[in-house]
Design a protein around this ligand. Sequence first.
Ligand code: G1P
Ligand code: ZN
Length: 544
Amino acid sequence: MHIKTILTQTYHDQNPGTSGLRKKVKVFKQRGYLENFVQSIFDVLPDFQGKSLVIGGDGRYFNREAIQIIIKIAAANGFGELIIGQNGLLSTPAASHIIRKYGAFGGLILSASHNPAGENEDFGIKYNVNNGGPAPEKDTLAFFERSKVLESYKIADLPDVNLDAVGSQDIDGLKITIIDSVNDYAELMQSIFDFNLLKQSIQNGFITLSFDAMSAVTGSYAKRILIDLLGASEDSVRNGIPLEDFGGHHPDPNLIHAHELANLMFSENAPTFGAASDGDGDRNMIMGKGIFVTPSDSLAILAANATLIPAYSAGLKGVARSMPTSQAVDRVAARYNIPCYETPTGWKFFGNLLDADKITLCGEESFGTGSQHVREKDGLWAVLFWLNLIARRRQSVAEIVHEHWQKFGRDIYSRHDYEAVESEIANGIMASLREQITTLVGQIFGDYVVKYADEFCYHDSIDGSTSANQGFRIGFENGSRIVFRLSGTGTVGATLRIYIERFEPDATKHNQDPQIALAELIELAEQFCKVKQLTGRTTPTVIT
Ligand code: G1P
Ligand code: ZN
């Protein structure tokens, strides 16, 4: 194998965010840009000579080209085997599973998740370690540091690899294996859920469903699992063909971006169950006929019902949620007397707790839910969990949700995003909040008395590491909360996220519209951060 060392221009902006390095495609296409970042990762990682690396992506524009580049750099740097999803496709949870199942050294996942795709849109790359989870912060920081001084990369002189045909080939001692993207993942799902029961419930018409793959990676997975294995009708998977531009969709499963599905689910003709996933298949949105389940509630409901699922029948070790996720799951944990952990935003913080077997389920308000089975959040897993639950309880989604609220009370919840805010304004808002939290405790705002106000700092009980500056929390005596943080995944300006929640124990008040029930807190949030006043905007860009 002929290996070349190429002198390269150093880039200073390759700082991975909440979930890998995400930039516009045009940025990634700059000479040496992707090559530099991949070489920086390999320079930091120790002892991978002869070991295997998993490679796959969500199929977005530039996925195939990027994979060909990565193959050549990985070959030049001494990996022994490359395991690649057919057509270059692997959903993020499937990649996590494949790393674990085949004992790979790690994996490179090409995705910008729920961000739009296409020549003028976003691309991303993320390194996952051998537990199948995203690289921890100390690694991603090291990648960035390395990239800032990198002067050359190594690349093998190889012909492009055919990504379309499953099979193995040997190129000068490097094994390249193209695997079916879905097989291993589908097997894993069958080992967790009661597929016989699901099949029965779908085939006898008790469950009718609509899954929106948003023209992204989950199309292939959903078709195999829901249609081929469980017998759902052909039209139960919408937008099921993965496209390079995701068909122009913004593959972020929420009521705004998955509005086709939302409209269907609130219509006369709604099936019993509706769901959507995002670009790379790790997010999920759950709906029933006439009802949308907030991700925070979904996590709590899955936790409360977990013993109905074969893989979790022995009960849960514990649960975890990201800091801005509502406290609904905390109530379930308290009731069942299991530990509940609060971690910073981003899936990487769950990895240590899962590895140490402290938790079985975890989730985020941002449409992410997952478990011990992989080290990423998992969209289709959540869908199958809900289907299994519906089949076991013989109830509709709405009945399950309302019963849950009756038993535990409702944590009314909403997130308001202000996207593409000028960085200077956003930083000013954060600075002002940092100042305000020092004086807020004890202050009274209408019905709300501030109990605590802080900047969240996480101490990882497993590896002893500390992650500071993880967002501002303002908590009130009545259990309500307002949280502010800046997004770490955006590619234009800054995105301010405001998370608002209020606990409602009274079942006669559970049917309120969250925007109305939270109106006073929403006002209060504006009073604290002044985002409308400072940007001249009148409404958030997205409300979930
Ligand atoms: C967002 C979500 C976060 C999630 C991440 C990756 O990050 O808020 O929960 O883990 O995407 O999917 P953010 O843009 O808020 O940093
Ligand atoms: Zn995603």
